[in-house]
Design a binder for this molecule. Sequence first.
Ligand SMILES: CC(C)(COP(=O)(O)OP(=O)(O)OC[C@H]1O[C@@H](n2cnc3c(N)ncnc32)[C@H](O)[C@@H]1OP(=O)(O)O)[C@@H](O)C(=O)NCCC(=O)NCCS
Length: 329
Amino acid sequence: MTVDRLDPDADRDVDAWVALWQAITEHDLPDDLPPGRTEPSWWLRASPTHAVTTLVVRDDTGELAGAVRLGLPTGENSHMSWSNLYVRPDRRRRGIGRQLFEAAIAELRSQGRRTVSFDAPDSTAGQAFAAAVGAVETVHKVRYLYRFDRVDPATRDAIAVSAAEPSPGYALVRWIGPCPPEHLDAFVNAITGMLDAPLVDALDYVPTKPVAAEIRDDAVQIAELGIREYVICARSNSTGAFAGMTRVYVFSGGRGDQDDTTVLAAHRGHGLGLRMKSEMVRWLAETEPDLVQIETWNDATNDPMIRVNVALGCTRAEVWPTWTTGVPA
Ligand SMILES: CC(C)(COP(=O)(O)OP(=O)(O)OC[C@H]1O[C@@H](n2cnc3c(N)ncnc32)[C@H](O)[C@@H]1OP(=O)(O)O)[C@@H](O)C(=O)NCCC(=O)NCCS
């Protein structure tokens, strides 16, 4: 079997990629909704801050037996790769995973990258595979799910109302899609709060400052793909500055993804994280009636964010390790 490149502009390749993710989700995450088309299609696309190369092994039928997606940061992190390596459940234990891994390492070496990190739901196979290829677990994330059918509307409202009480000096500002130009600088500043998120040295990743043009161009591209971006920011009444932000992406198929949530250090301690997130789910319940679940990942050591998610009504789904290894020269 040969490894070749997936073409994100070829409908046939995108169809096969979506089908692969649907088969993987059904097998590895049986309680989840299968992804629709927009979400996996997005993963194939380069953004203003990273390139994407996807290497695949095809069956005779043209279906994908497995794939490794390399998310290749540009700029300060151009020495590493965020990656996902998956083999279709009915094609496992035949050497395809190892073949894809070796192809990924060769690709990264040719680009002069020195480190690669993979993540996946925890499993015996994933752990054994990581050990077999010499990768070590560097991050331990936990995935939580907000299921709209598990929190009744009255509870959702009550959580949002009580979450607003400790922060009378702040108002919420919201939009759907690319950030309105008048808020862009304040929004970019709020996102810098993510630079405080816990990180481990072994990931070989440097947190990078958000850049306004990149945030804007990324949002335009995401909207063009049919993904709806919902943003809520907290604004200080006294200074007018943004104190924090939260963002959710809504895909086809009833699925949503919780992206960043952050409160700048000077504004912590007023419950703004729970206030923004509880208002977000209330807003989404009104505007996105087909939305069934929002997933969110937290580093297992990030107690403040986990407390917010539990207070919101999220339930713990499973552990997602990140495994990291070097790219031999
Ligand atoms: C992990 C995964 C990629 C392995 O793919 P695969 O094609 O079955 O892997 P290979 O056949 O190339 O196996 C390579 C080695 O991994 C180990 N391994 C893989 N699956 C295993 C399992 N179920 N039990 C024990 N060892 C396993 C073995 O050491 C194996 O070598 P061997 O067959 O010579 O004993 C696949 O199970 C998968 O897609 N899982 C979900 C995603 C995931 O966990 N990705 C891992 C990211 S690091």
